[in-house]
Design a protein around this ligand. Sequence first.
Ligand code: FES
Length: 125
Amino acid sequence: MYSEKVMEHFRNPQNVGEIENPDGIGEVGNPVCGDMMTFHVKVEDNILTDVKFKTFGCGAAIAVSSMVSEMAKGKTIEQALKITNADVAKELGGLPPQKLHCSNLGADALHAAIRNYLEKQKGAK
Ligand code: FES
């Protein structure tokens, strides 16, 4: 019932962990199941040079986090903010309907980390 892409990211998730001194941190919880996802981002010259995540959640949520981190790495802030949860599910070759809520965390957590970075920038000026 899962696409090959989902299984690949679930079995071998990319960018798991934390960044030392991250420029932004975003944490979201899934109201449906209570799972949590945290994203760390490193930003240089408006580019996401590193993205790492920690997900306490189901397999689909782990695959989603891994895919989001891959999609966001190397992108500009503006490009990364345009990544939607639907884009992530599409990149993964779709998710079973009852697992679509799991993909709702991914882009949200990434965007929260970027917003955290942008807020810090504002504060620094
Ligand atoms: Fe919780 Fe999938 S069941 S994120």
